[in-house]
Design a protein around this ligand. Structure first.
Ligand code: PLP
Length: 393
């Protein structure tokens, strides 16, 4: 047989798939594992999709999205992200995932290096392998609430580095990078002539901080901003997002996207248009719920002396589970074994920290996008289980 792509054959499945396989579809489990809003998609958004299906032909369409939606995204970006792109700079993509993948394929040639956060969203792993690029990491520091170590980041840059990938508000830490951090990242990108790929899929889920988009500080046109309807409008399964690219890059990004999907379904684009042009109270209400859940979760950790930081955005909290189990910093701890035993014995599912990189190997990630009673029972059960973990094994 001919060989297949060796970069993909070498990929290890992410531990999140193992957790998913154990708990998917089970209603006897307290689900705190995936970053998925528990709210339904707001009714006016679904209604727009249904109206499109019943009243319009669902044919092929433009690869970079319908014109009115691209214009609405440009207006939204001005409102939320603080810069004013033209509609031609907006490319509609298959979620933030499609936007990130398309951006990497547009910016990088095989062998280029992409500098990524540790810890970071596991979805980047397969994208980088598919794009045929090399990967380097920069540390996010637990002691700084999971903000980047800028000196270590700059030291990791080599002449082969092409793209600096950043993610604020962040998964899994929930950090919202302050203005001075974003400004410093922009300076570093300019000094080393890098593209800055900014994953802003959680940009409307910010509680006690202000979201700053690097593109608002970009005089050169080196920032690509990736956005998504998934988290803001509880539309994870609809698969729609966007990239705002510098004018010189946007046409190539449109080609890359068209090469992957040809076009997004028209009814999904109509739903997205309704999300942007309809009432925004649903966003404020969901944000307020996530904030209350964040406060509930941090309160439970604080009661046990385990609160290391307070996430200012997204809907995740990293729990220092090895510490909760009484393990010293130099004692090995297996978060995957812990997470699997927690499912089997307590019916509680969460994400093992090693799924996100080397620096969260002693943590678990709790998703705050779960109902408050699930959150309370899940976190209390997790912490009780951790207390007995050493003697359990
Ligand atoms: N970026 C981050 C950091 C994420 O956590 C996710 C999803 O969990 C995505 C991007 C992609 O989301 P989607 O493709 O649904 O827009």
């Amino acid at each position: 047989m001919p060989r297949s792509n060796p970069a993909l054959a070498a990929q290890q499945p992410n531990p999140m798939f193992r957790i998913g396989a154990l708990v998917y579809g089970r209603d006897d489990i307290l689900h705190l594992e995936f970053g998925e809003p528990d709210f339904p998609t707001p009714a006016h958004i679904s209604a727009a999709a249904i109206a499109s299906i019943t009243s319009e032909r669902q044919g092929y369409g433009p690869g970079n999205g319908i014109a009115e939606l691209r214009a609405a995204v440009a207006a939204r970006v001005q409102r939320v992200n603080g810069f004013a792109p033209t509609a031609e700079q907006v490319v509609m993509t298959e979620g933030g995932t499609g936007g990130l993948m398309g951006s990497l394929l547009t910016l990088c040639a095989p062998g280029d290096i992409v500098l990524t956060p540790d810890p970071g969203w596991p979805g980047y792993d397969a994208m980088l392998a598919v794009a045929g690029v090399e990967r380097a990491y920069y540390p996010l520091l637990s002691e700084r609430g999971w903000l980047p170590d800028l000196a270590a980041l700059e030291a990791a840059i080599t002449p082969q580095t092409r793209v600096l990938l950043i993610n604020s508000p962040s998964n899994p830490g929930g950090a919202v990078y302050p203005a001075e951090t974003i400004a410093a990242l922009m300076e570093i990108a300019a000094r080393h002539d890098l593209w800055l790929l900014s994953d802003e899929c959680y940009d409307e889920l910010v509680f006690d901080a202000r979201h700053i988009s690097p593109a608002a500080l970009d005089p050169d046109g080196r920032v690509l901003t990736v956005g998504s309807f998934s988290k803001t409008y509880a539309m994870t399964g609809w698969r729609i997002g966007w990239v705002v690219a510098p004018p010189a890059i946007a046409p190539a990004l449109g080609l890359t996207t068209a090469a992957q999907i040809n076009n997004l379904p028209l009814f999904v684009q109509r739903a997205a248009l309704a999300a942007l042009e309809g009432p925004q109270e649903c966003v404020a209400e969901m944000r307020a719920s996530y904030r209350a859940r964040r406060d509930l979760a941090t309160g439970l950790l604080s009661e046990r002396g385990l609160l290391e930081y307070t996430p200012a955005g997204a809907f995740y909290l990293l729990v220092p589970v090895a510490r909760a189990a009484g393990y010293g910093a130099d004692e090995p701890f297996d978060t995957l074994a812990f997470a699997e035993a927690l499912i089997a014995e307590r019916g509680i599912a969460l994400a093992p920290g090693m799924a996100f990189g080397s620096r969260t190997a002693r943590y678990v990630r709790v998703s705050l996008a779960s109902a408050p009673d699930v959150l309370r029972a899940g976190i209390s059960g997790l912490l009780d289980f951790a207390t007995g973990w050493r003697t359990h094994q």
